[in-house]
Design a protein around this ligand. Structure first.
Ligand SMILES: *[C@@H]1O[C@H](CO)[C@@H](O)[C@H](O)[C@H]1NC(C)=O
Ligand SMILES: *[C@@H]1O[C@H](CO)[C@@H](O)[C@H](O)[C@H]1NC(C)=O
Ligand SMILES: *[C@@H]1O[C@H](CO)[C@@H](O)[C@H](O)[C@H]1NC(C)=O
Ligand SMILES: *[C@@H]1O[C@H](CO)[C@@H](O)[C@H](O)[C@H]1NC(C)=O
Ligand SMILES: *[C@@H]1O[C@H](CO)[C@@H](O)[C@H](O)[C@H]1NC(C)=O
Ligand SMILES: *[C@@H]1O[C@H](CO)[C@@H](O)[C@H](O)[C@H]1NC(C)=O
Ligand SMILES: *[C@@H]1O[C@H](CO)[C@@H](O)[C@H](O)[C@H]1NC(C)=O
Length: 288
């Protein structure tokens, strides 16, 4: 035998030591290389990996809706009874799948401006029913009219139109109508040129959200995708306090090197406010 037991042990120890030293050197070098590559590739500019994924959001974004079905509409109208509702859902739509439009880079301020086209596709596999499911809900036009027109005379006229159109405080509508719009019979009778289509998110298809101006991260990687202005403003001018601020990203992407302790802030134009998520071991919780 060319090598006895001791010799084998020593060879093993030497090889182990050499590998450990290499590992000790290569690990930080590797980390450094990875960090440098990430820093280069997450910048929002032509040619980076993140850019393609950003222009047309690579991950699937869903929006889910739960609807309160009113159980006792007649009782509420006739006797002012307490309203009884049952929550139904979710109804899931895939959104934000269209590529961003009108992208303009501002190399001076290290920002990118864009419009996010809106379109929603129903996702039956993630929904509790079909888009044709019908629920009893508040009649949006009837409920809003007295608030929009406090004048007594106008209200008398509106009331007669509501009766004439056989509208009431409540209505039966499909999920699709409720979210994306329906022609309202009461508003159709109003003798003024007003919009007669009502829907929580109407109009949505063929519209665009923005202009958003976000940081490209070129000068500061921790700012990647964070919104600088929305529709040209730094605040919403809608809420009285911190809800009015536009902090964070649009939630489709976040700056890299996220630690568990980091609070992820984002702005949602649909609910017209910012919000944020905290890491927890089993699930993430929303907070203001
Ligand atoms: C309203 O209350 C009256 C008296 O309690 C009752 O007779 C009537 O059925 C109620 N109407 C509805 C629609 O529940
Ligand atoms: C977006 O670009 C189109 C075509 O280039 C232009 O007509 C439109 O006005 C632009 N929209 C905004 C908000 O800049
Ligand atoms: C850069 O930002 C400043 C301050 O917000 C602004 O006045 C300026 O117009 C911006 N530059 C360009 C090229 O848009
Ligand atoms: C919006 O467009 C998508 C995709 O073309 C379509 O599936 C959906 O039905 C449209 N929604 C409405 C309310 O027209
Ligand atoms: C929903 O209703 C529309 C129009 O009435 C119909 O074309 C469509 O097939 C229905 N969808 C389902 C899933 O029942
Ligand atoms: C935005 O809102 C914050 C908090 O309410 C306020 O401190 C700040 O002055 C506002 N900025 C602008 C530009 O209105
Ligand atoms: C949020 O945005 C406001 C206004 O733009 C800014 O003053 C504030 O420092 C931001 N807060 C955080 C936590 O980023």
């Amino acid at each position: 035998m060319g090598c006895d037991r001791n010799c084998g042990l020593i060879a093993g120890a030497v090889i182990g030591a050499v590998l450990a030293v290499f590992g000790g050197i290569l690990m930080p070098v590797g980390d450094m290389l990875i960090e440098r590559t990430i820093k280069k590739e997450v910048v929002l500019e032509e040619g980076t990996i993140a850019y393609q994924n950003w222009v047309k959001t690579g991950t699937e974004v869903y929006r889910q809706f739960w609807i309160y079905d009113v159980q006792n509409p007649q009782e509420v109208v006739a006797n002012s009874s307490k309203i009884k509702v049952k929550q139904r859902g979710p109804y899931t739509y895939r959104v934000r799948y269209l590529a961003k439009k009108n992208i303009t880079h501002d190399p001076e301020n290290h920002t990118v401006s864009f419009l996010q086209p809106n379109e929603a596709i129903f996702e039956p596999s993630l929904s509790a029913g079909t888009e044709n499911d019908t629920w009893t809900v508040l009649n949006l036009a009837v409920a809003a009219a007295p608030h929009l027109y406090p004048n007594t005379f106008v209200q008398v006229v509106l009331n007669s139109l509501i009766k004439k159109s056989k509208s009431s405080m409540f209505q039966k509508r499909t999920v699709k109508e409720l979210l994306w719009g329906y022609k309202d019979p009461f508003l159709s009778l109003v003798p003024y040129p007003i919009s007669t289509t009502v829907g929580v998110f109407f109009p949505y298809n063929n519209t665009a959200d923005g202009v958003y101006t976000v940081f490209s991260g070129k000068d500061n990687i921790n700012q990647v995708a964070i919104i600088d202005t929305y529709k040209g403003k730094k605040n919403l001018s809608y809420w009285p306090s911190y809800c009015d601020m536009i902090n964070g990203t649009d939630a489709a992407s976040f700056p890299p090197f996220v630690e568990k302790t980091r609070v992820l802030r984002f702005f949602s134009s649909d609910i017209c406010r910012k919000t944020c998520v905290y890491f927890t071991s089993s699930f993430s919780t929303f907070k203001s």
